[in-house]
Design a protein around this ligand. Structure first.
Ligand SMILES: [Zn+2]
Length: 390
């Protein structure tokens, strides 16, 4: 690995990793400040029109992690691989289907008809913007992705989720959704339609839609890409993100139940977000919440992996659990803006020698020197500062 770039996209994430063999990986591309800001951030770190990502890894389906791709032009990149986290099986029978159904219905209710499923939208969008055939795969704990000798070890989400407390939170999201279902007639209509169309079976189990390990052809010049639908999609996205409005029937009560269910489902998406490690250089914790952080740290402890050159802090530096105290890193990097910086957890300073955020430092470029071990980064930092002084 040569470089890590963290683009200053405000509250969001847009990150690039470069391998020694000149493959570049884009990890997330989104911002709460809007898709334009995310896209600008992407252009900065890829020096647009000169370099393009070969691989896109999405940590989870929140717009502050992927709305930037909706600004990319058709046939503009040559993507070869696309990865996103899979949804685990739960120990409680039927919970996966219930959760997925809640997720699909709520996405359709909140974002309108432009989207049935964030994942389907992502794949379709990728088929439009890429001119090459690409490989798609869901990632689960213990999977690894090999990119030109660079090994990405997936730490979360698990294939089967056994943790009772996390399962309970997923169940709560489903319960909140059921309450919203009782109160909102539009949501009920969507649910009924999806049930009749057996959308879950289509989504998960039929061959045609079984998307694990699939090669996708680029979409060859469809009708001039439904620009209207798309811009509407992005605008609505923004509204949801700012928590401004979610259209409901006139009663305040309905507004609340939809808001609550949406919030619970958003939290659940954080809980199932991707976390990975690249040997002793990078630990990426996605938007994980407390419980999952504990699980990931346990796994790392079992493997005796405690020291990392760079930690990408969970949820933009705003999520913390004491189990993280067993980790040491040279740099704790947070991608955040004005909203998240206020909730930044000072504890990250205690487990790192250097704590930086995009809000304070702007774009961050981190060189990985092949001849330096992780212990030499302090020396490198010393030299850097010394050179700055003279
Ligand atoms: Zn986020």
């Amino acid at each position: 690995m040569k470089y890590l770039y963290l683009s200053d996209v405000g509250d969001g994430l847009c990150m690039r990793l470069d391998t020694i063999g000149n493959r570049s990986i884009l990890i997330d591309c989104g911002s709460q400040a809007g898709s334009e800001k995310a896209f600008k951030g992407f252009k900065k770190i890829f020096r647009y029109h000169y370099e393009k990502p070969d691989i896109f890894i999405l940590s989870h389906f929140h717009i502050d992690h992927y709305n930037g791709i909706f600004k990319m032009e058709n046939n503009s990149i040559g993507l070869k691989e696309l990865y996103c986290p899979g949804i685990p099986e739960f120990t409680k029978k039927g919970l996966k289907d219930e959760y997925l159904m809640a997720l699909l219905c709520m996405t359709a209710r909140v974002l309108g008809n432009g989207s049935k499923s964030a994942e389907v939208d992502l794949i379709n969008k990728m088929r439009d913007i890429t001119y090459s055939k690409f490989f798609f795969r869901h990632l689960y704990q213990n999977d690894n992705v090999n990119i030109n000798g660079l090994r990405i070890d997936v730490l979360w989400p698990p294939k089967i989720l056994k943790d009772e407390e996390i399962t309970k939170l997923i169940e709560k999201a489903v319960q909140d959704f059921n309450k919203a279902l009782e109160n909102d007639c539009e949501l009920r209509n969507i649910y009924k339609k999806y049930e009749e169309n057996k959308i879950i079976e289509k989504y998960l189990y039929t061959d045609e839609n079984h998307r694990d390990k699939v090669f996708y052809e680029p979409e060859i010049k469809k009708q001039e890409f439904k620009k209207n639908i798309e811009s509407e999609y992005i605008e609505k996205d923004k509204d949801v993100d700012n928590g401004k409005k979610i259209e409901t029937d006139n009663k305040e009560k309905l507004h609340c139940t939809i808001q609550t269910a949406n919030e619970s489902l958003r939290k659940a998406a954080n809980q199932l977000s991707l976390s990975f490690a690249i040997d002793d250089r990078i630990l990426f914790l996605g938007d994980l919440e407390k419980k999952e952080i504990i699980n990931v740290i346990e796994t790392l402890k079992d493997e005796e992996r405690k020291n990392f050159a760079v930690l990408i802090t969970p949820h933009h530096g705003t999520h913390w659990d004491d189990s993280l105290k067993s980790i040491r890193c040279e740099y704790a990097l947070s991608s955040n803006g004005i909203k998240m910086i206020g909730k930044f957890k000072e504890e990250f300073k205690k487990i790192s020698n250097n704590c930086e955020s995009t809000f304070v430092s702007g774009d961050i470029l981190f060189p990985f020197m092949p001849f330096l071990s992780r212990y030499d980064y302090t020396f490198y930092e010393f030299i850097k500062r010394f050179l700055l002084i003279i």
